[in-house]
Design a protein around this ligand. Structure first.
Ligand code: GDD
Ligand code: MN
Length: 354
C-alpha cells in the first residue's frame, strides 16, 4: 500500500513539478571521468571508444582509469590502446595501477587525488553512455544549488526471462521515485555508473557507498543532488537469477546502509534531506521487509480459514503480469531482509565477485 502510494505520488511529481533551477545551457566546465576497473578486459576498449564518441569538447575531458590489480590484463590493454599509433583517443588519459584490490570506492579516492577537472564524473567499464550525456548532465551543475547529478539506468536485456522482466519493472518504478524526490529537493540514491560531482564540494568519495554515500554527504552540506530523466546509461543485466541475486543483495545493502544513516541523522534532528522522503524510504527499505513475512503468514492463515480463496490464488499467478509483480515484490523483500541482516552483523561488501 505505502510503496504504491509513494510511487504514484512521486510519478506525478516527476511528470508535473518544475525543477526550480536556473540553468546555463552554455556551461562547459572541464571534466575528469574516473573509471574504476577490476577484470574488465572485455569492456575497457569499448568504454574508451564510447567516451570518444561523446559530443563534449575533448580538450575539456580527462579520463582516469584506476585498476585494482586485475588479473586479466585490463590495464595493459587500456595502455596499449591509448599508445597505439593508430589510436582514436583524443582526450587526456591517466592509468593508475593499484597493487592490491581494496574495492571500488578506495580506488575512486585514489584517482580523485590525480583529477584536474572542475567536475568529477564516475562511470563503470561495462556501461555505455549516449553521446549527449555529458553535455546534458553538466547543464544541471550550472545551478549553484546543485552539487551532483546522476543519470537513470536503462537496461540492456539479453532476453525475456523472468529475471530481466522483473528488473525492468523495478527500474520503471525506481526511476520515477528518484526523479520525483529530486524535483522536491534531492535523491540520495545515486548511480555511480553516470554521476557527476562538483570537484570543489566533493572532498572524497564515501566508502563503501561511493555514489549514494557521497550524495548524502553533499546534501548534508546544504546542496541538492538530483537524478534527471534526460540522462541515462545502458547497463547489461543478467538473465540468470543466481547472478542477479549477488548484485541485488549488494545494492540492497548499500541502500539499507544509506537509509540507516538518514534515520540516525533524523533522530538527532541533523538530517538536511526532506524528512518525509527519508522517513518513507526508511519505512520501505528497513521496516517494510519485516512486515512482509507477517503479511504472508496472515494470508496463509486466511487461506486455511477460507479454503475457497485457495482456488483463486493460483489464478492470479497464472496471469503473467501478476506472476512477475509477485516475483518482484517477493524477491525484493528477500534481498532487503538479507541486506538488513548483513548490515546488522556489520558485514560490508567492499569487494565483490566479478
Ligand atoms: N578499481 C576497482 N577495484 N574497480 C572495481 C572493483 C575494485 O575492487 N570492483 C569493481 N570495480 C569496478 C568494475 O570493474 C566496474 O567498472 C565498476 O567498478 C562497477 O562494478 P560492477 O561489478 O560492474 O558492479 P555493478 O554493475 O553491480 O555496479 C553497480 O553497483 C555498484 C555498487 O554496488 C553500479 O551502480 C556501480 O556504480 C556501483 O558502484
Ligand atoms: Mn556493472
Amino acid at each position: 500500500m505505502i510503496p504504491s502510494v509513494y510511487y504514484l505520488f512521486m510519478k506525478r511529481t516527476a511528470e508535473k513539478k518544475p525543477w526550480n533551477l536556473s540553468l546555463n545551457e552554455r556551461y562547459e566546465p572541464t571534466v575528469t571521468i574516473i573509471i574504476a576497473t577490476y577484470n574488465e578486459a572485455k569492456n575497457i576498449l569499448n568504454k574508451l571508444q564510447n567516451i570518444e564518441e561523446l559530443d563534449y569538447p575533448k580538450d575539456k575531458l580527462e579520463v582516469i582509469i584506476v585498476d585494482s590489480a586485475s588479473t586479466d590484463g585490463t590495464a595493459d590493454l587500456a595502455k596499449a590502446h591509448i599508445n597505439a599509433a593508430t589510436h582514436t583517443i583524443s582526450f587526456r588519459t591517466l592509468i593508475l595501477e593499484e597493487t592490491e584490490r581494496k574495492g571500488k570506492a578506495k580506488a575512486l579516492n585514489h584517482a580523485l587525488k590525480h583529477a584536474s577537472g572542475e567536475i568529477i564524473a564516475t562511470s563503470d567499464a561495462d556501461c555505455l553512455w549516449p553521446r549527449h550525456s555529458m553535455r546534458y548532465a553538466v547543464k544541471y551543475l550550472s545551478d549553484p544549488q546543485v552539487a551532483a547529478v546522476c543519470g537513470q539506468e536503462a537496461l540492456i536485456t539479453p532476453d525475456n526471462s523472468s529475471a530481466t522482466r522483473t528488473e525492468s519493472q523495478y527500474r520503471g518504478l525506481f526511476n520515477y521515485i528518484r526523479v520525483g524526490e529530486s524535483k522536491i529537493h534531492s535523491t540520495i540514491v545515486f548511480e555511480g555508473a553516470l554521476a557527476l560531482y562538483k570537484r570543489g564540494l566533493l572532498k572524497r568519495f564515501d566508502e563503501p557507498c561511493d555514489d549514494s554515500g557521497s550524495a548524502l554527504d553533499l546534501v548534508q552540506k546544504g546542496y541538492r543532488t538530483i537524478m534527471v530523466p534526460d540522462i541515462y546509461f545502458l547497463n547489461p543485466i543478467s538473465s540468470k537469477w543466481s547472478e542477479k541475486l549477488a548484485k541485488k543483495t549488494r545494492r540492497a545493502q548499500h541502500l539499507v546502509e544509506i537509509w540507516h544513516r538518514c534515520l540516525s541523522l533524523d533522530l538527532k534532528r541533523k538530517l538536511k534531506l526532506n524528512s518525509w522522503i527519508s522517513r518513507v524510504n526508511v519505512f520501505l527499505y528497513i521496516i517494510n521487509p519485516f512486515l512482509f513475512p507477517v503479511f504472508i503468514l496472515t494470508l496463509t492463515l486466511l487461506l486455511i480459514e477460507y479454503p475457497v480463496v485457495i482456488l483463486a490464488t493460483p489464478l492470479i499467478l497464472l496471469i503473467p503480469k501478476g506472476r512477475d509483480l509477485f516475483l518482484l515484490y517477493f524477491t525484493n523483500y528477500l534481498f532487503l531482509l538479507q541486506a538488513i541482516f548483513m548490515e546488522m552483523l556489520g558485514k560490508k561488501q567492499v569487494v565483490w565477485k566479478k
